[in-house]
Design a protein around this ligand. Sequence first.
Ligand SMILES: [Zn+2]
Length: 436
Amino acid sequence: MRDFAKGYTIALEQGGSAEIIRKIGSGGQGVVYEVTLDNEQFALKWYTCTLKNKEAFRENLRSNIEMGAPDDKFLWPKRLTVEEDGAFGYVMDLRPPEFSDFSDILNNVVKFPSTDTLIKAALNIVNGFRALHRKGRSYQDLNDGNFFINVASGEVLICDNDNVTPGDQKNSGDVGGKPGYMAPEVFRGDAHPNSLTDFHSLAVILFKLFLRHDPLWGAAHESTPCITEEREMELYGKNPVFIFDPENDSNRPVHGVHPNPINLWPRYPAFFQEAFIKSFVKGMKDPNARLHENEWQKILIRLRDEAIACPFCKRDWAITRLERNEAMACPCGRTFSMPLRLHIGRYAVPLFPGKKLYACHTVEASDDYNAVTGEVIMNKNNPSLWGIKNFSSQEWEMINSKGDRKNIPPGAVVPIGLGVSVDFKELTGVIRKQYE
Ligand SMILES: [Zn+2]
């Protein structure tokens, strides 16, 4: 197919037209252009491949356009074009320039400035797919080409939504997924993609984000001189073995060959490792054992709670130290005693300078991981005095170990001390030592 030239106009199904500005990318399925529509800039994806069930594919896109984006994390199809020479496309929002390709992040071309933004990006990915599944759709082709991430803020945009399908129906494009991301039952051809296979692909995405490696690529893969189709079927379909399967060490990462998982796996606390073990051991055979987005969201909020940085030099620390109750000495020379924890609801947040409380911690039944309601601050004149500053709009109440009560209006600070309780109005937290 010839490329569309600047100024060329393509009619849209419900009237109006998109005018080509420039070509911005191309892939296996088609070409993406920047276009103008009603004096605004958009992206146009134009299919240049032969679509297997073109009418059904087109009808599915139309239905997704009518439904609208599950939330603002999606670069969702907005308008369909009419056909030209049997081909067509759809219009969606443009990717803002501050968003990087996920593959550039996986290849370390672009880096997160902190563990905090890395976890925020993971939370946003999980939350986006939760919104999609709650709308009764499955994604079906989750892979590293589907995301753009703003590493500075942790914001995520989910693109390539053209295989999103109602319920667990087979997608009309007949797409199975990308090798390495597909659930084993899809790889074997025993199932077509559905929401349970999305959960597998989501766990692969998260594993790659945090460990920078394929969860199934270990010694078994390396010992195969030539990966034939048959061998690949064995490794990804018939007999997939997680590289950190505690019961089966046949596919461990190889020293000198796979440095990322070897270096990064011990950095994470046991509860986080266990989430991957459950996903890739039990969940590999039993799709119903895979972690749902709600579970990942709670696990990632807990991981963010545990990730602390030195308040002086801002260096991120090994998250596992808190879990192992080890002394905390920063390479900058400062030492800290183990922080107390605010035990609240299902969480036990380490109270360390810079640590934030969010609505998901302090508001009953909230799962809002973005709205900051409090922050642990350090007294400027006496760095050994720490407190929780009220950043919410609610008045809190603190109860000291003697039972004395004091109001903590917005902007005021609760001094951190053993046995102090904080009444957040809907929930009450108690400051205790490590897990008790
Ligand atoms: Zn430091």
